[in-house]
Design a binder for this molecule. Structure first.
Ligand SMILES: C[C@@H](O)[C@H](N)C(=O)O
Ligand SMILES: C[C@@H](O)[C@H](N)C(=O)O
Lengths: 167, 167
């Protein structure tokens, strides 16, 4: 199936909280997001990779509206002993870019092209999270506008071909 | 907006490749996925979290059809010097579960409920990747059927309420 690229969405309204070195054992993610939901904070992106080292610890990053991030950090700090994580990081200079389309799973060249366009512009990819219809990357906020420009150009989209698509 | 839970999708056809300790600098992700695309391997999920430690290294995990994983591992092993990663891991006992719906971003309790249902069953969440319409977790393959059962139950879905939805 040919991929369809609907457009590029971008967002700089979110801050990113990273829980560093949380034990990779059942119940930790639940406790984190129960606490965050419990203080009424909406969560956009959640990314957690495997615990790859010898320590059976991993990191959980998630994004929230900037105006709520302070409360999220406070709630989690107060749970540090209970959750057992090593460190909490907060980044409010977050840019999120999503390539929106379909058929991207069966067209791995699409992700490769996206990543290469950012690489050619010297833009670092801080996080990656994908679905069948959306490849999302997080860059720094101050690189986001350039990122949007180079991605439009790489896919032959015109500069105002923004897709308002959710996925 | 109230969340709508359409159903639960699950998949055990994929293997997971984790590139451990790759330098977090522009061009690395592009090189990885150009190589994978270049040998015609479809990629489903890509997850990369931030480089949180002092070393400016991170991990990139991605899933591919099991029958292609061997080729993917070979291609990346051959690039170890060029890419500069520490280690390659391959896991072919991967279960992927996705809660599919809408409005989940503005209803953080939905993710919390998903994670809690797995925690209560003692099921470890190895990876998390979310979008507005899908919360995906990776568990081990042998816990996947139980995971699907407890998630259906937690959301009051009947056992054959599987959604064939892509997102
Ligand atoms: C790290 C966290 O996701 C843990 N593995 C859990 O199941 O809750
Ligand atoms: C780790 C990898 O994503 C790197 N940050 C890059 O931009 O390619």
């Amino acid at each position: 199936e040919d991929p369809i690229i609907a457009g590029v969405a971008h967002d700089r309204s979110e801050g990113k909280i990273t829980i560093v070195g949380i034990p990779d054992s059942p119940g930790r993610a639940a406790a984190v997001f129960k606490a965050i939901a419990g203080v009424g904070i909406n969560v956009d992106m959640i990314v957690q990779n495997v615990s790859a080292g010898t320590e059976k610890k991993t990191d959980i990053s998630f994004t929230v509206p900037k105006e709520d991030a302070g409360r999220g950090v406070e709630v989690l700090k107060a749970m540090q002993d209970e959750l057992g994580f090593e460190q909490l990081q907060y980044d409010d200079q977050v840019g999120k870019l999503s390539l929106v389309g379909s058929g991207m799973r069966s067209n791995p060249g699409v992700s490769a092209t996206l990543f290469q366009s950012l690489a050619d512009a010297g833009i670092n990819i801080e996080m990656i999270s994908t679905s069948e219809i959306r490849v999302s990357v997080v860059t720094s906020d101050d690189e986001l506008d350039e990122a949007v420009r180079v991605v439009h150009s790489a896919f032959g989209l015109d500069a105002d071909g923004e897709a308002v698509v959710y996925g």
